[in-house]
Design a binder for this molecule. Sequence first.
Ligand code: V47
Length: 390
Amino acid sequence: MTVTEKQVMQIEEKVLAGERLSLEDGIALYDPSLPLHTLGRWANRVRERWNGNVAYYNINTHLNPTNVCVYRCTFCAFRSDLRDPKGYAMSDEQILARGQEAVDHGCTEMHIVGGLHHQRDYEWYVNIIRILHQAYPTLHLKAWTAVEINWFEFLTKKSIRAILEDMLEAGLGSMPGGGAEIFHPEIRGQICEHKADSAKWFDVHRTAHQLGLRTNCTMLYGHLENSFHRIDHLLRLRELQDETGGFQTFIPLAFHPENTGLAHIEKPSALMDLRTMAVCRLMLDNIQHMKAYWIMLGIGTAQAALAYGADDLDGTVRHELIYHDAGATTPELLGVEEIQRLILEAGRDPVERDTLYRHVQRHPDQPHAWSVVLPAEVTAADADVRTASA
Ligand code: V47
């Protein structure tokens, strides 16, 4: 298919007027005959409407308490069998040491996800949140994907709501967006046939939003799916966001094939990464933030993505395993000065955020101490600026 000039004009009119794009529009955006720079110009406009000239980063760390997993998703290089020498499950002491390291390095967030370990009970998972929160109450715990919550349902026979209430009580702060992969059953059945289906993924996020938890959402692209499956995925997310408004960030995740069951597939090109970022920004007209996850995109593409719809580079990141096990060659950690430089070079104003996108101020004499400087009301004033410039 080649997108017609008339179609391009119609899409442009919609983008400029802030009107919603359809499934057909989305598929047209993936047509290679539609120049990438045109998409970038449109997506940049939408980014600016939402976020002005700000590009965010945070100071964070990852914790993957175990890699032992009952599932065998074909795209995953991180998982392990119980008896494989690579398999591990962390002790409370190891977990707490990671919390201490995070606080000592000024982290505001710990991103916690891992495998579904068949010899660890539900309490083991709840306890991870509880001990970390008790010991380090200022560290925001962004933990468990919908797939993990679904595993806890299976383990306990409790409802999603009851599980999330347990986790909230233990100290859960918000939830990451993993486990979404591609929702369409044609693809989901081939890459992760046993894990939570799309209805379950949405049930978990809907319930989390009803309980006041903010969550993120993702899409894993560049494997078996085509542009129809990607746009279908984005429209499903857009629909839940219309209903709840609980998603705060979307993260497009480029597939890394090394050491996976899909190692024969070429990793998506930088042009595909930028196009996907722009398409996601344009289709997800009701989600404020788009994250260019530098660990996965590579530093250069993540920086360029700031001109293709992204307003967030994620964090300094320590101890990332999921992408590095799958062949990511990015460093394991970026310094704050380096992230700020990448943002400034892209012509944006770097702002450190906490997990909930409140602006963070560091104290010059104590760089590892921080406070939130812009409360929700001031962020709402930003929204007025957005409306005025829309
Ligand atoms: O669900 C796994 C993906 C996800 C591979 O919410 C892979 O802020 C590419 O969701 N190649 C987990 N992708 C990571 C994730 C995430 C990352 C950063 C920020 C946030 C957030 C969430 O990683 C999985 C899966 O979609 N994944 N293996 C791979 N080989």
